[in-house]
Design a protein around this ligand. Sequence first.
Ligand SMILES: Cc1cc2nc3c(=O)[nH]c(=O)nc-3n(C[C@H](O)[C@H](O)[C@H](O)COP(=O)(O)OP(=O)(O)OC[C@H]3O[C@@H](n4cnc5c(N)ncnc54)[C@H](O)[C@@H]3O)c2cc1C
Length: 411
Amino acid sequence: MRKPVLRRGGTIWLGRKKPAARFPILRGDHKTEVAIVGGGMTGAMIAEAFTREGVNVAVIDGARVGQGSTAASTALLLQEPDHDLGALSRRYGRKRGTRIWQLGQEAARDFMDTIRRCRIDCDLVERDSLYYTLDADRARLLQRELRKRRDAGLGGKWLDARALARASGIHGMGGAIRTSGNAQLNPLQACIGLIDAAARQGASIFERSTITRIRPVGDGVRLYSSSGTIDAAQVVIATGYATKYFRPLAGKFRMRHTYVLATNRIGAPARKRIGLGKVMLWDTERPYHYVRWTPDHRLLLGGEDHPVKPGARRGLQFAEATAALRDYFEALYPVLRDVGIDRSWEGLFAMTPDSLPYIGPHRRYPKHAFALGYGGNGMTFAALAARILVEQWRGVTSPDHALFAFNRSRT
Ligand SMILES: Cc1cc2nc3c(=O)[nH]c(=O)nc-3n(C[C@H](O)[C@H](O)[C@H](O)COP(=O)(O)OP(=O)(O)OC[C@H]3O[C@@H](n4cnc5c(N)ncnc54)[C@H](O)[C@@H]3O)c2cc1C
């Protein structure tokens, strides 16, 4: 398995200096029940859940825990999948579409409960999201989507153009769906906190230990790094997407670069002129744009996703995408022309055709479980993966598992 480039550029979550190594390199031969490859948010959440169940766990990361795409994340914890309820219902039928949305709601709650139970200090605060459009025709479609959500018992509130302007400072002819039960946080601190909680609950953590090979051995698998091995009854692959090692699965994923700007701190008068309240925004465009406040009064502005093109000039792509992001948000909030950008960065993430992750086994790979393909909802789906994989480990069967299986089928 080759180590992927998951992030470029220093994000606001990372200090200017390289952090000291916290966990050892995998050396010698080890044994565990569940080996988790990948110590990002997903691996961390899964490790905490398994160790809470009393399962013996080892987490192995090729770099440092949390320093992959997790450290690039803008960390909007959204219960809404990237695909609307209407779109998922057309694809999978109303009952399954609704169940996927309900599981998103439960997973966002599980995520927050876990962070609070483990007492992780990561600036977790609940925030409503506004899913908005500036266009009157699109607003009518959005209202139809809200009716579907309400009919399915999922809630949400309509904001017309005036109410949207009051809540967000955005002026247009459109409107928004307001959803409560979402949150924002510092993703790196959350991830490290979860890894520490798993370690306290007995997990062994290894950093700077890329897993290069996995072979069947007896009733389980053996994982190899350049300086050690781990025998496990099961391996969980939480590397974000199917790395080259799992080439046959690669066709399931579309890799994208996504971009973020973090403004300088914004003083109270400018904040007032911006008019964005304590809410997180994302729009109905695809690729979408989104924005949220940080606790120290910066704005995180994100979006402008581009498909990964082999051979593309990434520097040029980066400059164009970040300029486009800036233009978009300066049109929305003209005050931002006077507010400098402190940092900009790019991250890699994997989309799937239906915006849902792949969670669970794959018939080609015995004793493997996967938790991959999170799109923009990585944190919510990390909590969902933790729940599903623990259930599968315990032998619990549920129709919910099929919704995220590799072999899920359309209606
Ligand atoms: C710019 C950006 C913004 C985002 N914003 C949001 C957001 O607002 N909300 C949200 O929910 N999600 C967001 N995401 C998605 C985000 O990436 C996920 O939420 C989540 O952090 C991904 O966690 P992960 O553990 O799956 O992957 P990663 O954090 O990438 O972790 C994978 C780990 O696997 C390790 N690894 C890979 N191969 C090997 C190997 N062979 N051996 C050992 N270790 C290996 C890597 O070193 C890495 O640490 C965003 C992503 C990006 C890029």
